[in-house]
Design a binder for this molecule. Structure first.
Ligand code: FCB
Length: 458
């Protein structure tokens, strides 16, 4: 069967600064919490770090040429805050801004829409040292200042500015689970940081709108997952709904409704009232574009662990797993449809204009190798992308208005605490020579873009 996407569907690729740029201390860049964290022995698999990464900072022209050759329409990248403001605040570092200026021009010259994201986990170390990073409400205000500096420079050319990538991961993986920088392990700090990141979105949205040279859309990207109960017991159903509230709704509700589940639930209200201030939620509801990152689903059961969630993830059996997660394409449809049904349909019924919706990340790690013929035959990734795109298409058929889709990632890169093990790219990178090779999936995706669809084979 042939499936065709809506006209003007945006076909993109995504990446982030720390994962690809390298040049960690060049041209006046200040250290970020990821520079610090990855240099601490034991924090990242094999003690790897992003000092060089895939050297995108120096090879960006070659990388944009490769994207062009794949017919990519849009490139979602992130800006390293510490290239722009090395200490997180204060003096602007012009060479840092110049880099992103050239990158934006380079995209435009190749017919690629540049979509910058202001924050993808790499908080200035200076802001972590002084006040505790996202635990500190003041960081949200510093983020808005940084947003203004970038907007003043780039908004004559970019049409979208994304504020954050996956606020939940920034806060929870970084301040509660301890697996990401800065490595904090405190539930209260995790929730507090999560709120401050969301608040910073609202403050930055105001700053972007006030300083834009031309109108730009303000976007955000969320890590969302459909939550399924492990059994049909009422306790497991409740556990899945609580996890949905704490991971999905905690970001979606403030952005789309101006409310938060943290205040509704007795398990979290007593904590939330200590850091959510009057007027915060109204500020956060300021959005033109909602990006959904989908990789896998979560199956939950009731448990006394993970206070205040009272739920625990179980590993479902029966489906194939990648190096990181269960492969579950139907979850893409379930998730998009639920967002649409829970937020968009009720709002539209009241005549409220809602943000555009896009899939801003989807992809799979595959242990790719260069074959003797010089190619990477990553058939597993082609199947993953095909099956997930089929679910995106199914959602569009069910009335969900999805504007675009971005593959994570354009090239293999540094996968945070897992280092260079998992390879997510459409382009293979030899980490010794830094040579790039388009994988079979890259050529497949390029064809999908040209044809605005594909054959499902069924
Ligand atoms: C997402 C992150 C991205 C990458 C992929 C695999 O959660 O946004 O940086 O790590 O997962």
């Amino acid at each position: 069967m042939r499936i065709t996407f809506p006209p003007d569907f945006i076909w993109g690729v995504a990446a982030s600064a720390y994962q690809i740029e390298g040049a960690w201390n060049e041209d006046g860049k200040g250290p970020s919490i990821w520079d610090t964290f990855s240099h601490i022995p034991g924090k990242v698999v094999k003690n790897q770090n992003g000092d060089i990464a895939i050297d995108h900072y120096h090879r960006w022209q070659e990388d944009l040429d490769l994207m062009r050759s794949l017919n990519v329409k849009s490139y979602r990248f992130s800006i390293a805050w510490t290239r722009i403001l090395p200490a997180g605040r204060g003096a602007v570092n012009s060479p840092g801004l110049d880099f992103y200026d050239r990158l934006v021009d380079g995209c435009l010259a190749r017919g690629i829409d540049p979509v910058p994201c202001l924050f993808h986990y790499d908080l200035p170390q200076a802001l972590q040292d002084d006040g505790g990073g996202w635990k500190n409400r003041d960081t949200a205000y510093r983020f808005a200042d940084y947003a203004r500096v970038v907007t003043e420079r780039l908004s004559d050319r970019v049409k979208i500015i994304m504020t954050h990538n996956e606020p939940w991961v920034t806060a929870i993986a970084g301040y509660l689970m301890g697996i990401h920088a800065p490595g904090g392990k405190n539930p209260y700090n995790g929730l507090k940081a999560a709120h401050h990141v969301m608040l910073s979105h609202g403050l930055a949205a105001e700053a972007i709108r006030a300083s834009a040279l031309k109108p730009v859309k303000v976007g955000i990207t969320l890590n969302l997952s459909p939550f399924y109960p492990a059994t049909d017991s009422s306790r497991d159903i409740q556990a899945a709904e609580d996890a949905h509230a704490m991971i999905n709704r905690v970001a979606l509700d403030p952005l789309l409704l101006g409310t938060t589940p943290l205040m509704e639930n007795w398990k979290t209200r007593w904590l939330a009232t200590t850091f959510i201030k009057e007027g915060d939620l109204e500020k956060i509801k300021n959005l033109d574009l909602l990006g959904v990152n989908y990789y896998s689903r979560n199956v939950m059961k009731f448990s006394l662990k993970n206070v205040p969630l009272f739920s625990e993830e179980v590993k479902p059996v029966g489906n194939e797993y990648s190096e990181m997660w269960e492969i579950y394409p139907p979850g893409m449809f379930t998730l998009l449809k639920r967002i649409w049904d829970d937020y968009y349909i009720p709002a539209q019924a009241k005549g409220i204009r809602m943000p555009e919706l896009m899939v801003t990340e989807n992809g799979v790690p595959v242990p790719d190798t260069l074959d003797a013929d010089g190619h990477v035959h990553d058939e597993r990734r082609i199947r993953y992308l095909r099956d997930h795109l089929a679910q995106v298409h199914k959602a569009t058929q069910a009335g969900v208005d999805i504007k675009g889709y971005y593959v994570w990632s354009f090239a293999d890169n540094f996968e945070w605490n897992l280092g260079y093990g998992p390879r997510f790219g459409l382009i293979h990178v030899d980490y010794e020579s830094l040579k790039r090779t388009i994988k079979d999936s890259g050529n497949w995706y390029s064809n999908v873009i040209i044809e605005n669809g594909f054959d499902t084979g069924g």
